[in-house]
Design a protein around this ligand. Structure first.
Ligand SMILES: NC(=O)c1ccc[n+]([C@@H]2O[C@H](COP(=O)([O-])OP(=O)(O)OC[C@H]3O[C@@H](n4cnc5c(N)ncnc54)[C@H](O)[C@@H]3O)[C@@H](O)[C@H]2O)c1
Length: 255
C-alpha cells in the first residue's frame, strides 16, 4: 500500500513542476499511480498539483531545493510520513553554458549537487526502504551528455556521466534484492529548459535550428515522448531492463 487507503503504486518524481517531470507525472496519473511530486518552484508546483488533480490523480507535493543536500532526507521523513514510495524518478536538473575555463566553482557545485548528489541521496534514502518491502523501480534522468561531450557543458556532462555510472553501480549491488534501476538518456527535448535557453540566445531561430539538427530526423523530442520511455522502464513490460542507459535521442549519439 502506498498512500494510506490506496492500492495504486506511489511514484515520487523530482523536478515535476515543468518539462519532462510534469509530462511524466501526467502520463503516470493515467497508468494507475498515485503521485508525490517534488520541486523547488512553489508557484509552478502548485499549478502542477492543480493540473494533475484535474486528471483524477491523488497527488501530494513537496517544495524542496535539492541543492540543499543536508535537508533532503529530513524533509522527506517529514513530508512522507508513513506513505511508502514504490517507484522513484530522479528528474530535476540544471545546466550552465560554460567550458572548463569559464565554469565557476559555484556553478560546478550546483550542477553536481542537483544532478548527481541529490540523485545519490534519493537512492540512498529509498533503496533500503524498497528492498525491505520486496523491491522497487527507479529511473534516473541522465542525458545524451552522459555519453558524448556537448559543447560548453562541462559540469553538466560530468554530472550526467556520473548519473549513468551511479545507476549501473546500484543495479549491480541491488538487482538481486528486487531493485530495478535504469537511467534514461534523452537527446534535445523541447521543454521549459530549452525555451529559456532559446529566450536568452542572441539568435533564437539559429540556435533552435542547431539544436534540432543534432537529432538525425531534424526534430527535438517532446517531454511526452520521454515520459513514455520512463513509464515503460517503470512498468512490468520493462522487467528485463536493468542497469541500462536507455537512449531516446533520434540518433544523436549514434552519429
Ligand atoms: N530538455 C532537454 O533537452 C534535456 C535533454 C536531456 C536530459 N534532460 C534532463 O531532463 C531533466 C528535466 O529537464 P527539463 O528539460 O524537463 O527541464 P525543466 O527546466 O523544464 O524542468 C526542470 C524542473 O526541475 C526543477 N529544479 C531545478 N533545480 C531544482 C532544485 N535544485 N531542486 C528541486 N527542483 C529543481 C525546476 O524547477 C523545474 O521544474 C533534467 O535532469 C535534464 O538534465 C533534459
Amino acid at each position: 500500500m502506498s498512500y494510506s487507503g490506496s492500492n495504486k503504486k506511489l511514484v515520487l518524481i523530482t523536478g515535476a513542476a515543468n518539462g519532462i517531470g510534469l509530462a511524466t507525472a501526467k502520463k503516470l496519473a493515467t497508468t494507475g499511480h498515485d503521485l508525490f511530486i517534488v520541486d523547488k518552484d512553489e508557484t509552478e508546483i502548485t499549478k502542477a498539483v492543480t493540473e494533475l488533480t484535474a486528471l483524477g490523480a491523488t497527488v501530494k507535493s513537496l517544495v524542496l531545493d535539492l541543492s540543499d543536500s543536508e535537508n533532503i532526507m529530513p524533509s522527506l521523513d517529514k513530508a512522507l510520513g508513513d506513505a511508502h514510495v514504490d517507484q522513484l524518478i530522479n528528474n530535476a536538473g540544471v545546466g550552465f553554458a560554460r567550458n572548463v575555463e569559464s565554469t565557476t566553482f559555484a556553478e560546478w557545485d550546483l550542477t553536481i549537487d542537483v544532478n548527481l548528489k541529490a540523485t545519490f541521496i534519493m537512492c540512498k534514502y529509498f533503496v533500503p526502504k524498497m528492498i525491505s518491502s520486496g523491491g522497487g523501480e527507479i529511473v534516473n534522468v541522465a542525458s545524451a551528455a552522459s555519453i558524448i561531450g556537448l559543447k560548453n557543458r562541462v559540469a553538466y556532462c560530468a554530472s550526467k556521466a556520473g548519473v549513468a555510472g551511479l545507476t549501473r553501480a546500484i543495479c549491480v549491488d541491488h538487482a538481486a534484492e528486487g531493485i530495478r534501476i535504469n537511467a534514461i538518456a534523452p537527446g534535445t527535448v523541447d521543454s521549459t529548459w530549452i525555451a529559456k535557453i532559446l529566450a536568452d540566445a542572441p539568435d533564437p531561430v539559429a540556435t533552435r535550428k542547431m539544436m534540432e539538427a543534432r537529432q538525425l530526423d531534424g526534430k527535438m523530442g517532446t517531454p511526452e515522448e520521454v515520459a513514455n520511455g520512463i513509464a515503460f522502464l517503470l512498468s512490468p513490460e520493462g522487467r528485463f531492463v536493468n542497469g541500462s542507459l536507455f537512449v531516446m535521442d533520434a540518433g544523436l549519439t549514434a552519429a
